[in-house]
Design a protein around this ligand. Sequence first.
Ligand SMILES: Cc1ncc(C[n+]2csc(CCOP(=O)(O)OP(=O)(O)O)c2C)c(N)n1
Length: 407
Amino acid sequence: MTPDTAQMYARIYAQSLEIRIVEERVLELRRLDQIAGSVHTCVGQEVVPAAVASLLDDRDRISSTYRGHGWAIASGIPTEAVVAEIMGKATGINGGRAGSAYMNSYAHGFIGENSIVGAGTPIAVGVAMGLVAAGTGGVSVVSIGDGATNQGAVHEAIVFAIARRLPVIFVCENNTWSEMTPITETVPHTSLAERAQGYGMAADSVQGTDIDAVLAATSVAIARARAGEGPTFLEIHVPRLLGHYNADIEHYRSDEDRAAHRARDPLAALASLMRSRDLISAEGLAEIHRQVESKVEAAEAAAVAAPTPNPATAADHVISLSAGTTQGALPLTGTEMAYGLAVNKALIEEMAARPNLISFGEDIGVAGGTFGVTRNIPRKHFMLTRSLFVSQHDLRAGAWPSQYLSQ
Ligand SMILES: Cc1ncc(C[n+]2csc(CCOP(=O)(O)OP(=O)(O)O)c2C)c(N)n1
């Protein structure tokens, strides 16, 4: 172990602890009605975002589920802006509009949370296509739960990521529960990593309590993605230390199951590993706790003191205006037309205005798709492959190597 390793583990530990304390404070603020709606915390899973994100850099992007406070913090969003966002405050990273389950910050490479199970995966695949087009070597990481692997959207995302060898890492945080259903009830005969291998995808399965394995498997996946070798499914086993959401009393869960999960807390395992390898002293560990606790305390105090959004700004960000359109011009007087035609016209207009826009889907390049919504997109702007429109600019820049354009 080099001093660098010791520092890296200490950083991962400090961030995981910070996420844990934030989540505990969030639950308390929710109990005090200072947060509206449900909150889904990641207590027991903190090491995953902290460890995975520690290996990423500015080129990379992260998408997560509604259980994404940890991923938001690991992306580098200031803790105060995360807590304020969960509280719906004006100083939140999204001005209080996204709340607990929809935080995002492009500036921090955080594409965002999503409360629709599995819905982050096709978005992450689209992000990966964008990264390939940009040619930076960036990787698109998306976290999902174990239950999400049963969703159609996840199947489609995996199939597409493999077909185009996209730089996606599907991080499956397997906490064995999907709300009230254990994963063994829906996937009884195979592990999730084996299931992913069945798609022809590289896959690995590691324990969250084994930080070395988590870091090693993530590094391999990142290297594979950066080298253009395609996606990886990374199953990380973690405990679910609390209920599915803040008000879940877990009446469906046995005491034995709860105790078994408590016995494999990755945060505690990381602290003991650092001590047993002499990577940190007992005093060093205590110092991390003091620093993190006061950091979260200050973040919470600032979030509590922050104002709620000004009601006069309620309509801000509702409509994204095309160039040349002013808010005053809306609502526009329109012409009645079939919905598919309206989509087609909008696509033609947007693709002409924004050269970086691409559209993908089966058969869309052949006859404008089954419903004709991609018909008549001007050829002068776009080269056509069977299923993918790519702007001429991207092709000239050589941003789309042939493996991504296979028909
Ligand atoms: C498409 C969809 N179906 C159902 C739900 C309701 N729902 C919310 S969370 C959840 C369980 C998901 O379990 P898992 O993917 O294992 O993630 P975890 O909550 O354990 O992190 C369900 C069924 C939803 N939000 N979206």
